[in-house]
Design a protein around this ligand. Structure first.
Ligand code: GCB
Length: 618
C-alpha cells in the first residue's frame, strides 16, 4: 500500500461539506461518467508517475463500486491500491474563484492528483471531502484528475477488519462486518466553484412556541463581510429574515415538518457588501423538534413509534455506488409498507438519500461506520477470520488511532448531516465488544464528542450486540435510548425451539426494563434469513413461512412491553456479503429481495405497520 497520510492543507480554512448548488455566486459541474481505471497490486503507481496518467487502463463508470463489473474472481475480490483517471475542462471565467473537487465518497481512502500535483488525501470511505484545485488547474484548458484509492482493511479504521495474503500472493480483505467490502468512487464527483469569500457552513436549530417557531442559526464564512439570512415557505413567500452571522428567524404559524407530512422551507444565506451579493447559498430545511422523554420519542412534542428498517447501500452490478433509481424505489417500497424510519446501517449514506428522506418525511438514525469492533471467533461468521483471543477491543494498541478516526468520522458526519430534518438521532457504533474495562473511557469520549458537535443535541445510541446484557455491558449507560440487535428464533433457539426463544427473549427484556430509567428501547435489528424460492408447510428455517412465524413471535413480544418504542427489522433488502457457509450468496434477511420485490413478510409488515397508530403506545 502506498502511503496514505492526512496531508497538511495549504490553507487552514475549514473544509465545507455543504451540498453543491448553483446560485448567483456559485457554480458546480458534474465530473461523473466513464472514467479510466487500473489495479496497482505492487503499489508501484506513485513511483511510476501514474499521477500523470494511467499506463494501461480499462473504462470504469463513476459513481459505482468496481467489484461486480468484472467476470473474473481475482478482479472482483481485488484488495490493494487502485487508480481512477479522467479529464475535465475549466472555463477561463472561473479564474479568481475558489475551485474544489468534491468527492461524495471514495472507499476506503484516497489521494487525489490534479495535473500531477497531489492536492488532498482522505481516510474514510463514506463521507465527502474536498480537493482544493484553484492553484493547480489550467484555466481555459484541459486538466487531468487522477485518484489513487485503496480498500485494505485494518483494526484502527472504520469499518474494521484485516488484510491477509493468500497462498498465491494476492492480498485479501477480511471484513469484521457482514457486508461486502465494496470499493471505488461510490458517490458523485463535482467541480465546485465559489467566490474567494464564501459561506463555509451553517447550522440551524429549532424552538417551538405555540403556533410559532424560532429558527436559531449560525453561519460560518471565510471572510468578514456581513451576512444576511432569509426564509421562504414552500410557496416561495418570504416569511422571515435576519442580519448577522448568528441570529434567529421568527416564523409565525410555522408549518412543521412531520412523519409522512414533510414541509420544507428554503433558507437563503448571503454574504453582502453594500448592495452587492458576494456569495449566496440555499437549502431546504424542515422545522421540527425531536427528543427523548419518559421512555418516549417526541417529534414536535408528540409521541412517535418507530417502524422501519436497517438498510444498506447495496444493489446488483453497481454495488454500493449511488444509484438514484434504487434510492427512489427504496422510498416507494418503504412508503407502501408503512415504514417511517430507517437506520443508515452501517455507515452514513449518500447526501441524496437524506434529501429524499427530508422530502418524504422519514426519520433517520444516522450511523457512523463504527462496525466490526469486536475481537472474537465471530468476526464475522466466516471461518477464516478472527483469532479467537478474547481481548477487549478498546484496550488494544490500535485503540488510540481508532479513536482519532472515529472522531473524524463523527465530525464529518455531523457536520454534513446536522441540518437535515430527517436526521433525528446519531448511532455512534454498531455491535462493539463492550463488556471489557476500556469500554467506558472510549464510549465517554465518542458520545461526549457527538453531543459537543451537535447544536440540536439529538439523542445518541449504539446498537447493542447479543450477549451484551444489562449486567455485562459497560456501554448502555451512555445511550440516550437503548438499541438492541436481537435474533431470538434465528441465531439463538431457532426452528422448533421458537417457544424457548420467546421465553429467553422476555427474560432478557425484563432485565433491560429494570435498568432503562427514562430511556425508550428500540430494536435496531431482528430478522431471519429467508430464501424467496423456499416455501414449506409446516415451516422450516429459511422458508418464507418461517420468516413470518419468526416475526409474529417477535412482534408479540414487542407489543407486551410499554418501553419498546420502535422496531427496525433487519434488513430492508437482501444484500451482498463475503462468501461463506453462513451466507447464501449474501445475507437473505431482506423483507424485499435485492431486486426490491416483496417477500411474503412484506405483507405481514404492511398489515401491522398500517394498523399501528403513529403514536402507538404513546
Ligand atoms: C448483526 C449485524 C449486521 C448483520 C446481522 C446478521 O448483528 O449488525 O451487520 O448483517 O447481524 O444478519 O447477522
Amino acid at each position: 500500500m502506498q502511503k496514505f497520510h492526512a496531508k497538511a492543507r495549504k490553507k487552514m480554512m475549514k473544509t465545507s461539506l455543504l451540498y453543491p448548488v448553483n446560485s448567483t455566486s456559485r457554480r458546480f459541474s458534474s465530473l461523473d461518467g466513464m472514467w479510466r481505471f487500473q489495479f496497482d497490486p505492487e503499489s508501484a503507481g506513485v513511483a511510476a508517475n501514474w499521477a500523470g496518467g494511467l499506463p494501461d487502463s480499462v473504462t470504469m463508470p463513476v459513481p459505482a463500486s468496481f467489484c461486480d463489473f468484472f467476470t473474473d474472481k481475482d478482479s472482483r475480490e481485488y484488495t490493494g491500491d487502485f487508480w481512477y483517471e479522467t479529464d475535465f475542462f475549466v472555463p477561463g471565467e472561473w479564474q479568481g474563484c475558489e475551485l474544489n473537487i468534491r468527492f461524495g465518497s471514495v472507499t476506503h481512502r484516497a489521494r487525489v492528483f490534479v495535473n500531477g500535483t497531489e492536492v488532498v488525501s482522505h481516510e474514510g470511505g463514506f463521507l465527502p471531502f474536498l480537493a482544493p484545485v484553484t492553484d493547480v488547474v489550467n484555466y481555459n484548458g484541459m486538466n487531468k484528475l487522477v485518484v489513487l484509492a485503496n480498500n485494505e482493511l485494518n483494526e484502527y479504521m472504520l469499518p474494521a477488519g484485516t488484510t491477509g495474503v493468500l497462498s498465491n500472493g494476492k492480498k485479501m480483505s477480511a471484513p469484521y462486518f457482514d457486508f461486502y467490502n465494496y470499493a471505488g468512487i461510490h458517490r458523485p464527483v463535482k467541480l465546485v466553484v465559489t467566490p474567494k469569500e464564501s459561506i463555509v457552513d451553517y447550522t440551524v436549530s429549532y424552538r417551538l412556541d405555540g403556533a410559532d417557531a424560532f429558527v436559531d442559526y449560525t453561519v460560518e464564512t471565510s471572510g468578514s463581510s456581513p451576512v444576511a439570512v432569509e426564509l421562504y415557505d414552500a410557496e416561495g413567500a418570504k416569511v422571515a429574515e435576519s442580519a448577522g452571522a448568528a441570529g434567529t428567524l421568527t416564523v409565525k404559524d410555522a408549518h412543521l415538518w412531520n412523519v409522512h407530512a414533510s414541509y420544507l422551507y428554503k433558507i437563503v444565506i448571503r454574504i453582502v457588501d453594500g448592495d452587492k451579493v458576494v456569495d449566496e447559498y440555499y437549502e431546504k430545511i424542515g422545522i421540527r423538534t425531536f427528543e427523548v422523554k419518559n421512555q418516549r420519542f417526541l417529534l414536535n412534542g408528540k409521541s412517535v413509534y418507530l417502524r422501519g428498517f436497517g438498510k444498506h447501500e447495496d444493489a446488483d452490478i453497481r454495488g454500493r455506488g449511488l444509484d438514484l433509481a434504487t434510492v427512489k424505489r427504496d422510498f416507494e417500497c418503504m412508503k407502501w409498507i408503512g415504514a417511517n424510519c430507517f437506520r443508515t446501517s452501517h455507515y452514513p449514506y449518500a447526501d441524496e438519500v437524506y434529501q429524499m428522506a427530508d422530502e418524504e418525511g422519514f426519520l433517520i438514525i444516522d450511523e457512523v461506520p463504527a462496525v466490526g469492533f469486536m475481537e472474537s471467533t465471530m468476526n464475522f461468521l466466516a471461518a477464516n477470520q478472527g483469532n479467537g483471543k478474547k481481548v477487549g477491543w478498546f484496550e488494544k494498541e490500535t485503540t488510540p488511532q481508532l479513536l482519532v478516526n472515529h472522531k473524524q468520522a463523527l465530525r464529518e458526519m455531523i457536520t454534513r448531516d446536522k441540518n437535515h430534518a430527517c436526521v433525528v438521532a446519531w448511532s455512534i457504533l454498531n455491535e462493539p465488544q463492550c463488556t471489557s474495562e476500556g469500554t467506558e473511557a472510549y464510549f465517554k469520549e465518542v458520545f461526549d464528542y457527538a453531543h459537543e458537535l451537535d447544536v440540536q443535541k439529538r439523542p445518541r445510541t449504539y446498537a447493542i450486540v447479543m450477549m451484551s446484557l444489562p449486567n455485562t455491558s459497560k456501554g448502555w449507560q451512555f445511550s440516550d435510548f437503548l438499541s438492541l440487535n436481537r435474533y431470538y428464533g434465528w441465531y439463538v433457539m431457532g426452528g422448533y425451539q421458537m417457544c424457548d426463544a420467546e421465553v429467553g427473549f422476555r427474560k432478557e427484556l425484563d432485565g433491560w426494563q429494570a435498568i432503562a430509567g427514562d430511556r425508550p428501547l428500540i430494536f435496531t435489528e431482528y430478522g431471519a434469513d429467508t430464501l424467496p424460492s423456499e416455501h414449506k408447510l409446516p415451516s422450516v428455517m429459511w422458508s418464507q413461512e418461517y420468516q413470518d412465524e419468526y416475526l409474529e413471535m417477535n412482534h408479540r413480544v414487542f407489543d407486551s412491553y410499554d418501553f419498546i418504542q420502535g422496531e427496525l427489522v433487519w434488513n430492508f433488502a437482501d444484500f451482498q456479503t463475503t462468501e461463506g457457509i453462513m451466507r447464501a450468496n449474501g445475507n437473505k434477511k431482506g423483507v424485499f429481495t435485492r431486486q426490491r420485490q416483496p417477500k411474503d413478510a412484506a405483507f405481514v409488515f404492511k398489515a401491522r405497520w398500517e394498523s399501528l397508530p403513529l403514536d402507538y403506545k404513546g
